[in-house]
Write a protein that binds this ligand. Structure first.
Ligand SMILES: NC(=O)c1ccc[n+]([C@@H]2O[C@H](COP(=O)([O-])OP(=O)(O)OC[C@H]3O[C@@H](n4cnc5c(N)ncnc54)[C@H](OP(=O)(O)O)[C@@H]3O)[C@@H](O)[C@H]2O)c1
Length: 290
């Protein structure tokens, strides 16, 4: 069994994917804006991920914009049958790279078509509606209008499954009244656990939870506890953070991001890392202290 297979699988829409996947956001230029510093290195990361067995890649056409999707297509098309590419819509970038909401039905339709064209696909397997009431975290407000527009694109056959991102439990409940919600993508990691109860609720319903910033995102996790546990286990702090997420709940699918083949290999090897009880207890204390 290769190390990534040890992460197990979970269903994402109509497909089963390995629980260790890859998030492509880091492949765009600085600030997720413009082209990568090293085009060939970005292609190499994507090819290495798939060669290592990754069959779930998270992306968006607003990374770059248009950059990561074109890289994915260049590196990986024609795609293997088992590869699930998940995108998100609901935001756009201005000319300086700022992140702005893009929720009007015509903006959502354009975003789905942009993703399809730049990825070279006829149908998106999963599209997450990224809620932008507050860019940095979930904020209450009705999502009915944009979600109904996305459900319409699903009925047209452009989208197979729908997920939600940056949402509250109330918005997920509202969303389920409009269409099936197959995954939720929110900010969560060993130090940021606001969604603990939500994850358990979604697990009971068989819905995938895909934490973004699993390694802390733009400010990667720094914790003496993480360092100590990693040292005891002969692992790296990032591997311990990913192994903790895999242990946390069976419906968690990981999409750690990196622009480096070395970091990618390190992250995927976390699938084989067992965390003993005393390590789990120490790691569980991080969020309480932070
Ligand atoms: N739905 C949303 O609103 C949303 C928001 C943000 C992200 N996302 C998705 O979630 C994915 C994951 O989030 P993310 O990439 O922002 O953050 P992340 O996975 O938490 O962390 C990425 C950061 O960690 C570094 N890193 C990765 N592996 C490392 C290692 N082994 N050792 C040391 N540093 C390491 C990366 O730098 P290097 O490049 O140098 O490795 C990068 O700075 C994204 O790729 C994207 O697909 C979704």
């Amino acid at each position: 069994m290769s190390s990534i297979d040890q992460s197990g699988t979970f269903s994402l829409g109509g497909r089963r994917v390995k629980r260790l996947g890859y998030g492509a956001m880091q492949l765009a230029g600085p600030g997720v804006f413009g082209p990568p510093r090293d085009h060939d290195a970005a292609l190499a990361v994507l090819r290495e991920a798939v060669a290592a067995g990754v069959n779930h890649i998270d992306t968006s056409d607003f990374y770059g914009p248009h950059v990561t999707n074109k890289l994915i297509r260049e590196a990986l098309a024609p795609y293997s049958d088992d590869l699930v590419i998940v995108t998100k819509i609901g935001a756009r970038r201005d000319e300086r790279g700022a992140w702005l909401p893009a929720f009007a039905p015509e903006e959502l339709a354009r975003a789905v078509h942009d993703n399809l064209r730049n990825l070279g696909l006829e149908t998106m397997e999963v599209v997450n509606l990224r809620i932008m009431f507050d860019t940095h975290g979930p904020a209450e407000g009705s999502i009915e209008e944009p979600l109904a527009a996305l459900a319409d694109l699903q009925r047209q056959g452009l989208v197979r499954h729908i997920g939600l991102s940056n949402v509250t439990p109330a918005q997920i409940a509202e969303g389920r009244g409009i269409c099936e919600i197959v995954c939720v993508q929110n900010h969560y990691n060993v130090a940021h656990r606001a969604d603990d109860a939500l994850i358990d609720d979604l697990a009971r319903d068989g819905v995938a939870y895909v934490p973004y910033f699993p390694l802390g995102g733009f400010s990667p996790l720094q914790s003496s506890t993480l360092n100590e546990v990693a040292q005891r286990l002969g692992a790296t702090p990032m591997q311990v953070a990913l192994a903790w997420l895999l242990h946390r709940s069976p419906n968690i699918l990981l999409i750690p991001g990196t622009s480096s083949v070395g970091h990618l290999r390190e992250n995927l090897a976390a699938a084989a890392l067992d965390l003993p009880e005393e390590a789990l207890a120490a790691l569980d204390g991080i969020a309480a202290r932070s």
